[in-house]
Design a protein around this ligand. Sequence first.
Ligand SMILES: CC(=O)N[C@H]1[C@@H](OP(=O)(O)OP(=O)(O)OC[C@H]2O[C@@H](n3ccc(=O)[nH]c3=O)[C@H](O)[C@@H]2O)O[C@H](CO)[C@@H](O)[C@@H]1O
Ligand SMILES: C=C(OP(=O)(O)O)C(=O)O
Length: 428
Amino acid sequence: MRKLLIEGGTRLRGQVRVSGAKNSAVALLPAAILADSPVTIEGLPNISDVGILSELLREIGGKVEQDGRTIEIDPSNMISMPLPNGRVKKLRASYYFMGAMLGKFKKAVIGLPGGCHLGPRPIDQHIKGFEALGAEVSNEQGAIYLRAKELRGARIYLDVVSVGATINIMLAAVRAKGKTVIENAAKEPEIIDVATLLTSMGARIKGAGTDVIRIEGVDQLDGCLHTIIPDRIEAGTYTIMAAAQGEEMIIDNVIPQHLESLLAKLREMGVTIEENDEQLYVRPSEKMRSVDIKTLVYPGFPTDLQQPFTSLLTKAYGTGVVTDTIYQARFKHIDELRRMNASIKVEGGAAIVSGPSKLEGAKVKATDLRAGAALVIAGLMADGITEITGVEHIERGYENITNKLVELGAKVWYEEMSDEEIEQFQNS
Ligand SMILES: CC(=O)N[C@H]1[C@@H](OP(=O)(O)OP(=O)(O)OC[C@H]2O[C@@H](n3ccc(=O)[nH]c3=O)[C@H](O)[C@@H]2O)O[C@H](CO)[C@@H](O)[C@@H]1O
Ligand SMILES: C=C(OP(=O)(O)O)C(=O)O
């Protein structure tokens, strides 16, 4: 097991290139199950979630070949193999195997998913959608069993706006008979990316990216070539880093429109950001003003950037209130930031950050992916050395984070953990 060490204080300079979007990739790979011939996806991020999903595709008979960032998935010999245990538990997105296998084979058995512990992560809206399409769904010993004689299009109103449910229902509905309408659908860019892949495969989808998606089912889907969108959360994380500890930084391979809520907040704090089609140029402010943020569904402020942004607020002047309306308990990073001398209290479901605080290096634990990103940002700003354990969470979503940071001039490296440290980590 490794830990990540950061010697803080160095100002970051230069250009960093953003990888393909994790939260698209994890849906695009299962979507390939729906085709009857090879699907090629370009621009994949090199992160552990992608590796696990590739293994799962192989487990059900897929031929998966990866050459750098390009993956070819041949689904011709896939079967509806039950996946009640094992790798499916390692990540949240294995739930997309439900929609894709139900669409293709009209049956699936998938263990309840894992993913970051952000509080309860129910899938009742996914199941409501599958049932509306004609599937019988049961939960047996921690696995979801889905079976349908045939899938029939339906009108489905989502009680909560959910990215996962919108994508999962779309995956099943593209191979259902007749028309499906998803109302109160989520509008995230990753949904448009998945719809773009499915449309290239021959699906008939209208309205992805709005809150009403209309799907006309088809009998067959074919392989295609698809290029993934850039990761708006990785881009946002580096943009926050630039505001926190940059001198002058360029964030490359970005779709700036995907980050409007973040950029607006940074500008409100006094950070200078210029944008062109694919890049952000960020110049920090010496005296940032604090702001409040409230996470919302897209195009609101993304929950996935709430934790990194909280670290930035420790450097700003004034008091900032952070509220997460998507995952109210997504605050495990706060205790760790406090260890680093941040002044933050959690009250009534909100984190109240008073700044500026001079952060100090400490031994801290990444409890989840974006908590890890928050600690990396804090470590870059802190005096002295910060040691972060739980790096496997960070590697789920950030490709090559140490190399990218070293290129920007940061002092960041991995070290092996001692047996004693491993024991302490496992018991904490
Ligand atoms: C809307 C939103 O910001 N979604 C984020 C959420 O997606 P993720 O896919 O995890 O969550 P969803 O978008 O599906 O869920 C949004 C909200 O609806 C609730 N819910 C969801 C499904 C369901 O069947 N029942 C239910 O009650 C969830 O608990 C959550 O409070 O986390 C991902 C990983 O951090 C982010 O990339 C997504 O942008
Ligand atoms: C929490 C996240 O991932 P997952 O939903 O895959 O656990 C994330 O991307 O911030």
